[in-house]
Design a protein around this ligand. Structure first.
Ligand SMILES: C[S@@+](CC[C@H](N)C(=O)[O-])C[C@H]1O[C@@H](n2cnc3c(N)ncnc32)[C@H](O)[C@@H]1O
Length: 425
């Protein structure tokens, strides 16, 4: 927020939008359209977060968790951050009169959608959790915002009662693309969905491709969302390589190889080999495409997760605790994960490297450094072409690329024919 503390919700809201625009100009990102900007300037976010300080309500990057699992403390519901909401609304390209299904309710996003589709439009917002639907209904009513149909339902099945939809906007992290969405979206429609792609969550904007049940991605954005629950819930295997409480280290194996956990535990206990790639980035350059590139190119792909204590105890070098790119050697005995260091004398710049563990530590760290260098030379700032096809599609009819086979679909990633400049952020 700017240095002067806004004193009214109205001022805080305008200042949030100005921050968002200033930041995007600075990063060279696409700006919200005038219509999305007007929605953000008009809808009172404070109505959905009563009691919270305005500085938090109107922090463009702050998602506010409204419900946690009492046993695991994992976030189950939140009011999403304005910044990602703005991006998703922009990608959805909502027009007056559109019929929209929002999966995952909080009230705020539904109110923005309502603003964008107007009186002639139709807004349906479903949540699997009755408490969330109650809360959103209450907030909307107290704010005097009408014309949104809320219901308790599992997004895996869409919401056939009010179909067809011109847009489906999912606001929980999906793993797969359920057939109901294909069935309920009108011709020419779009689906905007945070989806895990080899464990990496990216917001995909999807349009119908050539052929029944086929979807092609027209934009990829970085995002984080609570996990989709219900019939479409999916948990990736995550064997632990270090088990001590507070120092756990795991490998999340989304579409990855089956591994010999004993061998990899032993590998972590051995001294590492660290190699550097000479691939550097400035502090502001987005690197999410590097993660996607490696996820696509590496056979033995995994995400290394860690508790802070593991880094503090020197078991690992500093990593992104929630998921750092990792590669497992072909023979399953060794692995490497990505690391960074400040690059010589250049402020705000850092270099990528790889930390290898196990009998083939040097080999696997070298393979990872090669991937990083490849990205640095050829794929910086690009995004892959992503196609989604029904699981029934014969293998030989799939486009070329990395095939991720899920319950309902195949997702195919290809770096040869990538997305255009506009979709790169
Ligand atoms: C990030 S919150 C939604 C935020 C909201 N759209 C807003 O206005 O800020 C995600 C919601 O998705 C819901 N959810 C999770 N799995 C779901 C499913 N299968 N069907 C419908 N809702 C689901 C959760 O209960 C949670 O309330």
């Amino acid at each position: 927020m700017p240095s002067h503390t806004p004193i009214t919700p109205e001022q805080a809201r305008q200042s949030m939008v100005e921050d968002l625009i200033r930041e995007r100009v600075g990063l060279g990102m696409e700006l919200p359209s005038p219509r999305v900007e007007s929605a953000l300037r008009s809808v009172p976010r404070d109505a959905f977060l009563p009691g919270l300080p305005l500085t938090e309500v109107y922090d463009q990057h702050q998602a506010v968790v409204t419900k946690r699992d009492p046993e695991t403390d994992v976030a189950l519901s939140s009011v999403s951050a304005p910044s990602i909401i703005a991006t998703m609304l922009q990608r959805a390209d909502l027009r007056p009169g559109h019929r929209v299904l929002e999966i995952g309710s909080g009230g705020y996003n539904a109110a923005l959608i309502r603003h964008l589709v107007g009186e002639r439009g139709q807004v349906t917002s479903i949540d699997i959790d009755p408490e969330v639907v109650d809360r959103a209904t209450r907030c909307l009513k107290e704010a005097g915002l009408e014309g949104i149909h809320l219901a308790v339902a599992d997004g895996e099945h869409g919401y056939p009662d009010r179909a067809p939809y011109d847009r489906v906007i999912a606001t929980a992290g999906a793993w797969d693309f359920p057939p109901a969405w294909d069935a309920q979206v009108a011709p020419g429609g779009r689906v905007v969905v945070p989806m895990r792609v080899r464990g990496l969550t990216r917001c995909l904007t999807l349009e119908r491709g050539a052929g029944a049940g086929r979807w092609r991605c027209v934009a990829v954005d970085v995002c984080g969302f609570v996990r989709m629950q219900g019939a479409g819930e999916h948990w990736e295997p995550m064997p632990l390589l270090h088990e001590a409480e507070g120092r756990q280290v795991g490998l999340r194996l989304e579409d990855g190889p089956s591994v010999d956990v004993g061998a990899l535990r032993a590998a972590l206990a051995q001294d590492p080999v660290v190699l550097w790639s000479s691939t550097c980035v400035g502090g502001m350059e987005p690197t999410d495409s590097q993660d996607l590139y490696m996820a696509c190119a590496a056979d033995g792909w995994a995400l290394l997760t860690a508790q802070r204590g593991a880094v503090e105890a020197g078991i690992l070098r500093p990593v992104v605790l929630s998921g750092t790119p990792a590669v497992i050697s072909d023979d399953g005995t060794s692995f490497a994960y990505r690391c960074i260091r400040g690059s010589d004398g250049t402020e705000d710049a850092y270099e990528f490297g790889a930390v290898g563990h196990g009998p083939r530590a040097r080999h696997v760290a070298h393979a990872m450094v090669e991937l990083i260098s490849d990205w640095g030379r050829h794929h910086r700032g690009r995004r892959p072409k992503i196609d989604i096809l029904p699981a029934s599609t014969p293998r030989e009819a799939l486009p070329s690329g990395r095939v991720l086979t899920k319950r309902h679909t195949h997702t195919v990633l290809n770096w040869t024919d990538t997305l255009g400049e506009k979709e790169r952020h």
